[in-house]
Write a protein that binds this ligand. Structure first.
Ligand SMILES: Cc1ncc(COP(=O)(O)O)c(C=O)c1O
Length: 405
């Protein structure tokens, strides 16, 4: 590839996206929130990231622990703080073993790579699964067979064609907040000899007793071979994890490229996560508030005509379609003090861009009312009726009526 080819790609990006699609505005960088703004960008679902006890634990570790291990986790010896935290996570998650990674991204890519490389194992992956899971398939050089979102029949038909393999899903989907029908999925694949990997990034901390996640909540810990999670969501840290068997742990540490060729966690990150786990276990009230706020907002926005694409969680997305529509939606929300995060290609398919509202347990009743009011007030300004997602919903509803009558 020549320098010219790289320059062409960069220029095409500036021209096609920044100039043509965004019309001189920036897709992601909108206004600056003031102190009255309602921030719905962060995935700190339990509103715990700034808890003084976590900051104190991190500060103490920074002050009193040496950063001795600037190296890959493969060199960690028995009894080190990272291994100790892995044992605590294993106990908490009712798993035989847990491996901590540098991020959710490295947990997912590294895990799938170790499972599929040098094999012909097919990977069945939900179309909306997180990009890190897709990248794991690439890293392992396997073949991915996408199945329609949450469509178990489609998954089964793929398995019938291509044989048993690795089934990959998210418990809660990060772009639209829809939830995997895990119980039905487990039941459906129980006779197929497939193994199941569930990414619990958006359910760990928020779902299940003591926040152990959706798999534990549904009593499926012995049916799901691998759970992964980013700890940069409800756990508000910087790490990722994998649940697995004890035997798998050593194999992983000697085969997972992202783990071998990148350094281990730092002492203050470990100390922060240890404290966060304690707080999250005791956070039932925050979890109930989060559920309550989320259900209320979803119900109200559906009444207002928004297509929430089956959100059943704290992630509520307004799917505006084109990037230009999304800039207009973003501006309309921000003008009224509501800040969400913009998702566009490659995080969504082209022309299915959206503004994601990540709800959290710290929102007050007044703020919830304000979010709903703003979403009501902006409908004409953002031309909600003309959004492809609104029309899609109308078509589905018409088809359902026709079927029923
Ligand atoms: C479902 C899911 N898995 C994995 C990741 C990656 O997590 P991290 O930010 O810790 O790399 C994310 C974060 O975007 C996610 O939403």
């Amino acid at each position: 590839m020549s320098i010219q080819a790289v320059q062409n790609k960069v220029h095409a990006f500036y021209h096609n996206r920044m100039v043509q699609d965004w019309r001189g505005k920036h897709l992601i960088r909108g206004g600056i929130p003031d102190k009255h703004a309602i921030q719905l960008v962060s995935n700190d679902y339990l509103d715990i990231a700034n808890h003084p006890a976590i900051r104190e634990a991190q500060r103490d570790a920074l002050l009193h622990t040496e950063n001795s291990m600037m190296m890959s986790a493969v060199f960690l010896q028995e009894g080190n703080p990272q291994a100790e935290l892995e044992d605590r996570f294993a106990e908490y998650l009712l798993a035989e073993s847990v491996i901590l990674c540098q991020s959710g991204y490295s947990a997912n890519t590294g895990l799938i790579q170790t499972l599929v490389q040098d094999t012909t194992i097919p990977v069945y992956i939900d179309m909306l699964a997180h990009m890190s899971l897709w990248d794991g398939v690439l890293l392992g050089g396997a073949k991915a067979y996408a199945f329609r979102h949450n469509d178990i029949e489609h998954l089964l038909s793929q398995i019938k064609k291509f044989g048993p393999g690795l089934v990959v899903v998210d418990s809660v989907y990060s772009t639209n907040g829809s939830v995997c029908p895990l119980r039905e999925l487990v039941e459906a694949i129980s006779n197929t000899e497939c193994i199941l990997l569930v990414d619990e990034s958006h359910s760990l901390g928020t779902h299940g007793p003591e926040g152990r996640g959706m798999v534990a909540d549904l009593n499926l810990t012995d049916k799901v071979t691998f759970r992964t999670a980013s700890l940069a969501k409800a756990f508000s840290g910087r790490a990722g994890l994998i649940t697995c068997s004890r035997e798998f742990t050593e194999y992983f540490k000697f085969t997972s490229k992202p783990t071998i060729f990148s350094s281990s966690l730092l002492p203050h990150e470990i100390a922060g996560l240890k404290k966060t786990m304690q707080l999250i276990k005791a956070a039932d009230e925050r979890r109930s508030l989060l559920r309550y706020h989320s259900a209320h907002i979803r119900e109200q926005l559906i009444k207002l005509g928004y297509n929430l694409n089956d959100s059943q969680s704290q992630i509520v997305s307004l799917e505006s379609g084109s990037e230009w529509n999304t800039i207009q939606l973003r501006d309309a929300l921000e003008k009224r003090g509501i800040f969400g995060s913009i998702f566009a290609a490659p995080a969504t398919p082209k022309n299915r861009a959206l503004v994601r509202l990540s709800l959290n347990a710290g929102l007050s009743e007044l703020q919830i009312q304000r979010i709903v009011k703003v979403c009501r007030d902006i409908r004409d300004e953002i031309k909600l009726d003309e959004w492809p997602s609104t029309r899609r919903l109308a078509r589905t509803q018409r088809a359902a009526h026709a079927m029923a009558s």
